[in-house]
Design a protein around this ligand. Sequence first.
Ligand code: ATP
Length: 365
Amino acid sequence: MSTTPSHTYRLGVLEGDGIGPEIVPSSVEIASAAARVTGTSVDWVTLPLGASAIETHSATVPDETKSALADLDGWFLGPHDSVSYPEPYKSQLNPSGTLRKHFQLFANIRPAKSFPGAKAVCDNADLVIVRENTEGFYADRNTFAGTGEFMPTPDTAIMLGIITREATERVARVAFELARSRRKKLTIVHKANVLKLTTGLFRTVCQEVATEYPDVAVDDFHIDAMTVHLVRRAEDFDVIVTENMFGDILSDLAGEISGSLGTAPSINASADCAMAQASHGSAPDIAGQNLANPVAMILSGAMLFEWLAARKEDPALAKVAKIIEAGVAQAIAEGTSTRDLGGSASTTEFTAAVVEAVEAGAGQG
Ligand code: ATP
């Protein structure tokens, strides 16, 4: 039963490109249903971004979008198809990189968890990848000004990899805190046998932070070996911390083996700001066909509500997150899923099944 809302939360909606206009409205519809049943009041603020913003504002992330976001409690970001943008936008930092850099969203938290009732390579995975989000080997965003990628001649391309103690320490603390709230195991992923100074520093700093968390068991693997361990025994891992590019690649793998990339959620967070964003891209191959799996975007929304619950000290927000998660799990367990999970439901049919589960009391037992 609903209670009278004590506060209205304001959340941004950035649909993005490709399947974004299908999966973002789905996640908003489900979050709205979950908020309604808990009596939580949410104002949704739609803002321009991506290909449509190029047409209306001559920018992929208009200044008005950035300044509006700064005043909100958080936002849902759809995927972008930046490779299809016309120049000069195609060569610029892509929309999610722009927002991560602008708001210093230094931790990208990407869970990979199998769903009962859905087919998966590993059907009992339950791990979280904590990816450093501001530097590392993603040279398009690892410098204060300009980019860390450049071409001194038409036939020579150079990129900078940047690892700093400060950025590693802050992301390591997020990962250790998370491990402490889960199964108390943390794996550091690096390539310190080859990239000795850069990823060696990443490993060393994480190991130093580990001394503050004696209750968390720590191990470490090279990124290449880690792909093998994930495929063979994903269920053994709890929290994994790694640099930007390794984390991006590893989380696609983790998402796919635990079900589908279409179920892999994430949030990007700083100490005081967070953005919900599915781990996958804009899937142009299936865009506009009502085939996309909205689960990753829906669960990214749930992660944002959970993050906000801790920050605003409002248990009703944690309840919204639980209800969304339970609604998704119930719809899948009762046999409704999209094609990538072995089902035949369209995006809109799956969304309707989750709304029905939420309205029927999922997660409120
Ligand atoms: P990016 O670099 O922007 O992350 P990408 O090149 O890694 O994008 P995606 O857009 O994530 O690629 O798509 C990879 C594959 O996964 C495609 O075959 C796509 O159709 C599929 N896929 C991605 N997201 C979903 C989804 N939500 N539902 C179903 N299939 C998806």
